[in-house]
Design a protein around this ligand. Structure first.
Ligand SMILES: *Cc1c(COP(=O)(O)O)cnc(C)c1O
Length: 477
């Protein structure tokens, strides 16, 4: 399987090469030459999470050995607190696919626990690698966990200083590991992400890195090593519905996904194209509803006010992975190139193809808080502020929907305890995590409880324009 750039002017790569590289030299994103079809879906439905992951990786990462892939899967998914990795739970007649059982309590762990292993197998001995990450909150810590103490690798994480939750910030600032660096940026996530992409394609930076024999690599969801692992849990959710006899074999279901950079929901689109019976993929957004506007009008326009919301990991106006969806729909790198050229000039583009099977709605802050409260009152189950965007927005759809919908649950409520407590009627609760634990009748997860006791290690802050300089200083080049 070869991987091609969505913009058509970069060389085709193997999976391993694309996973090391991240973004293509022409600024495009790598996509597989074709989306593989699953030949025997019923057999897939019998597998446990690790076996299923292995089968799906075999279809995409064809240059890896089977033994290598098995090893990646074993190492990555043994770090989860449940063998199921992605358990499906039913509460009050709703299905939630819990993707937050990894080490950092958000769905990013599913991919970022395995990406370092994929890269390790693809790297040549002696390569020095630098992983540059822009995070809206959750990717940063998950990447730090995944790459800490991997030999020959340094990680620099840039996060928007005022755009992450207190737990997210603390998780990153207290992170230990001699090869990890964390820098706050005075700006929002879009500024941070745009500048990181810029560093990847900047000629001077390229020269400096190559002189110093440093290979630059990305852990953002533009890396195919990120979205391939995310395909697995859509299949696994369906398998769990079948096993619990909640659906008939072959019955099409919907998935509702709280969306930011479009990586998670894109994996659902791939699952559908591979043959999983999915009717609708529902892209839900917070007040930064650039994607909702796009799916309902065909016009993508980032020229608008940016809101810092209680679902910060979705506070995004430039949704990178959408480019892959558009490419898969229109099939023309030339068309994507010209859309993206116009986008970088004007911040706007129009897409005139059918977006069938993709639905969208958004939720306001108040609707999001209410969704948390209502579900808790009815069932005692607590969801985080991102998952709640999905629940609230779904309830506003008036299209024809499938009988069964799965809410993709992207983070543990403990990660956003302050706002979750507010939703439940305890605004400004001091020690929100403890309060939440009482309300949920569980104890605060150890990795969150310890955060307040750990020393702050990373205090560095810079402006967007100083990010290149920060990279050079940290790498001493
Ligand atoms: C990253 C993230 C999202 C958005 O996912 P995308 O793949 O960027 O669309 C939603 N919720 C949480 C908790 C996240 O960390």
């Amino acid at each position: 399987m070869k991987y091609y750039s969505t913009r058509g002017r970069a060389e085709a790569l193997t999976a391993g090469e694309a996973i090391l590289k991240g973004i293509a030299t022409d600024g495009g994103l790598y996509v597989p030459e074709k989306i593989p079809k699953v030949e025997n879906l019923p057999a897939f439905m019998e597998l446990d999470y690790k076996e299923l992951a292995f089968e799906i990786f075999k279809l995409y990462l064809t240059d890896y050995t089977h033994a290598g892939l098995r090893d990646c899967v074993d190492q990555a998914y043994s770090t989860f607190d449940t063998q199921e990795v992605a358990p499906l739970v039913k509460r009050g007649g709703k299905y939630f696919l819990e993707l937050f059982h990894g080490r950092t309590f958000a769905f990013k762990d599913v991919a970022l626990s395995i990406l370092p292993h994929f890269q390790r197998l693809a790297a040549k001995d002696g390569d020095k690698r630098l992983i540059l990450v822009a995070t809206s909150g959750d990717t940063g810590k998950a990447a730090l966990e995944g790459f800490t103490d991997v030999p020959g690798v340094n990680v620099i994480v840039f996060y928007p200083q005022e755009g992450v939750s207190p737990v997210q910030k603390r998780q990153m600032q207290t992170h230990r590991g001699g090869n990890t660096f964390v820098v706050g940026v005075q700006g929002n996530f879009d500024d941070t992400q745009t500048e990181v992409k810029q560093i990847f394609t900047d000629d001077e930076m390229k020269r400096i890195f190559s002189e110093n024999k440093i290979r630059l690599s990305s852990a953002n969801s533009i890396n195919i090593g990120r979205f391939v692992p995310q395909i697995v849990y859509y299949f696994y959710a369906y398998a769990q519905l079948l096993r619990a006899k909640e659906i008939e074999p072959g019955e099409a279901v919907d998935f509702t996904v709280p969306t930011g950079n479009f990586g998670n929901i894109l994996a659902g689109y791939y699952a559908k194209k591979m043959g999983l019976p999915i009717a609708n993929l529902i892209c839900t957004t917070n007040d930064n509803k650039v994607l909702y506007d796009f799916f309902t009008t065909g016009v993508y326009d980032k020229n608008r006010e940016f809101f810092a919301t209680i679902s910060p990991s979705m506070d995004i106006l430039v949704s990178s992975n959408l480019e892959r969806l558009l490419y898969n729909i229109c099939g023309s790198a030339q068309e994507i190139s010209s859309l993206m050229a116009s986008f970088s000039k004007t911040g706007r583009f129009e897409f005139n193809h059918s977006l069938e099977g993709m639905l969208s709605h958004f939720a306001t802050e108040e609707e999001t808080l209410n969704a948390i409260k209502t579900l808790y009152d009815e069932t005692g189950y607590v969801i985080d502020t991102h998952t709640a965007v999905g629940v609230a927005a779904y309830s506003k759809l008036d299209e024809n929907l499938s009988r069964v919908n799965v809410f993709v649950s992207t983070a543990s409520p403990f990660k956003f305890a302050g706002d979750v407590c507010k939703a439940l009627g305890y605004p400004g609760a001091s020690k929100a995590e403890e309060r939440l634990a009482e309300l949920m009748d569980v104890s605060v997860p150890e990795r969150i409880a310890e955060l307040s006791k750990l020393p702050i290690i990373h205090e560095r802050v810079c402006t967007r324009n100083q990010m290149k300089e920060a990279v050079r200083e940290i790498m001493k080049v």
